[in-house]
Design a protein around this ligand. Structure first.
Ligand code: HEM
Length: 120
């Protein structure tokens, strides 16, 4: 991402910020849903966490449910439906297609992505 043209600190205008996030809200499916509505985010929606610094973090995802990067990636994938019996119905995760592509990678390519994440 490149910062905007105007910033209160001139040096921070028009510079690249390596967020590794699109900064947007996404439907992530019933597997990650917390059923909490916050602003525009419905109960299965989360803003993509910037992956900048992920190599220094110990617990991943909004509830810190795992310290295993592969499990965090797998948790992106979930079909539509409702897991908690509270009547919430959610669409499938928007990340399903990308996670299918990740799953299809050769072991060495998966490892390269994990190494990249740990380097951030
Ligand atoms: C193979 C590709 C992907 C990888 C390696 C990846 C990696 C990760 C990791 C490691 C986290 C945990 C961040 C943290 O706890 O600080 C995360 C969170 C997240 N990612 Fe991805 N991601 C991928 C694709 C996607 C796609 C395609 C989307 C959306 C369409 C997405 C949306 C999100 C969201 C919303 C979160 C926050 C979820 C939560 O906090 O429960 N990711 N991602």
């Amino acid at each position: 991402m490149t910062t905007g043209p105007r910033h209160e600190t001139d040096a921070l205008a028009n510079v690249p910020a390596n967020l590794y996030s699109d900064g947007l809200l996404h439907h992530m499916g019933p597997g990650l849903a917390d059923n909490i509505t916050q602003g525009l985010a419905e109960g299965d929606m989360f803003r993509t966490t910037p992956l900048w610094g992920i190599g220094q973090r110990l617990f991943f995802l909004h509830d810190g449910r795992t310290s295993d990067l592969l499990a965090a990636i797998a948790a992106h994938s979930s079909g539509g439906g409702n897991e908690d019996g509270r009547g919430n119905h959610y669409p499938p995760s928007e990340a399903n297609g990308v996670i299918r592509k990740f799953d299809a990678l050769a072991p060495a390519d998966k490892q390269a992505i994990l190494d990249f994440l740990r380097s951030l």
